[in-house]
Design a protein around this ligand. Structure first.
Ligand SMILES: Nc1ncnc2c1ncn2[C@@H]1O[C@H](COP(=O)(O)OP(=O)(O)OP(=O)(O)O)[C@@H](O)[C@H]1O
Ligand SMILES: [Mg+2]
Length: 333
């Protein structure tokens, strides 16, 4: 499915904006602050359900009462979203809903300069990033994650209450143990899936013998539900003092390993760029394979970060996808 066009009303700095998208590569060119990333943000909301960088109230054009964005696909399908300061509404021909219906979700791969901080940034950032990829691959993962986070918040809330006995937490412990083991299994399988190809893909970009893979680590690997439950129960006193849940998959880490060392502390800026490019290529391949849909590629200002050979690599790799690029300078590719 290809995006045909998109319109924005009162969205960030845009009062009215319209973009016709080409089936292959569309370039949004303009100076800093003219609203390029905002266009990608609108596409992201209409394909993924929410912004990658802000809440809806940040997005409404200052001083205006609402924003509206509308997009049409080459299949004739249309989708719009409107936010009036309190409620967001998605509309398709036959349906109005507060969330983007899952049948209207479409995979996108977003590449922004910020992504280069993924390699060396804090673990939570990589966890969030991979959670998003895994949620795209599996709806069961997405649901389990959302239920897990909700249960964790509720358990943490209870831990702060004055009078609390271990049995008060039982229902939450049980739920966390169940969902936590599920998430851990998925993370294990999906990092292994990425590892099947990331090194080869990296070589196609960097053309040398360096090695790259992901390392998944969890507080207790291959743990059963019963063991998980026991660990939660035995951390009761500690958690009471801390005021939050200290055991569980919210502590998992997924790290990039570069030549047997943590890439965060060893890979150069250029090597980091190649690692992220490789990740995006693998992400796209896995999504195409698993969902049988070609993801839309949104490249926000990344060409300025890449040298000539990596730009070529990027363009070549996504030559069969619909690509939307923002840039402050024109370039040949
Ligand atoms: N709610 C809002 N109302 C009005 N203007 C806004 C709002 N939010 C952001 N802006 C402004 O909108 C402009 C567009 O932001 P955007 O990030 O899309 O620009 P950009 O073209 O991607 O810039 P850059 O090249 O620096 O990345 C910015 O000047 C920003 O300050
Ligand atoms: Mg921008």
């Amino acid at each position: 499915m290809l995006i045909k066009d998109i319109s924005l009303t009162n969205f960030r700095n845009h009062s009215q904006y319209h973009l016709d998208c080409k089936p292959d590569t569309t370039l949004i060119l303009g100076e800093n602050g003219c609203g390029k990333t905002s266009v990608l943000e609108a596409i992201y909301i209409l394909t993924r359900g929410k912004s990658f960088r802000a809440t809806d109230s940040d997005i409404i054009k200052r001083g205006e009462p609402f924003y509206r964005i509308a997009m049409s696909y080459d299949t004739g399908e249309q989708i719009s979203a409107a936010y009036d300061g309190t409620t967001k509404t998605f509309k398709t021909v036959d349906k109005t809903s507060k969330r983007l219906p899952s049948k209207n979700k479409y995979p996108v791969i977003l590449f922004e300069p910020h992504d280069l901080n993924l390699v060396g940034g804090p673990p939570s950032r990589r966890r969030d990033y991979f959670d998003r990829i895994f949620s795209d691959i599996s709806e069961d993962y997405a649901t389990s994650l959302s239920k897990y986070n909700k249960a964790l918040r509720q358990r943490n809330e209870l831990l702060k209450s004055e009078r609390l006995s271990p049995t008060d937490l039982f229902a939450w412990n049980l739920l966390l143990a169940d969902l936590g083991t599920t998430l851990s299994k998925y993370r294990d399988v999906y990092t292994a899936l990425i590892n099947q190809t990331i090194n080869v893909v990296y070589h196609s970009i960097a053309d040398n013998n360096d090695s790259v893979h992901l390392a998944y680590s969890t507080p207790v690997p291959h743990i059963t539900k019963e063991q998980y439950l026991k660990s939660l129960e035995s951390s009761f006193e500690k958690d009471r003092i801390l005021g939050y849940t200290s055991f569980g998959v919210q502590r998992d880490t997924i790290d990039f390993i570069f030549n047997d060392n943590l890439a965060g502390g060893s890979a150069s800026r250029g090597e980091t760029r190649s690692i992220i490019l490789a990740l995006k290529f693998v992400e796209s391949n896995i999504i195409t394979d698993k969902l049988n849909k070609k993801p839309i590629i949104l490249l926000d200002d990344v060409f300025s970060e890449l040298d000539e050979s990596r730009r070529k690599c990027l363009v070549n790799n996504f030559k069969n996808n619909q690509v939307i690029i923002t840039s402050v300078e024109d370039f040949t590719y």
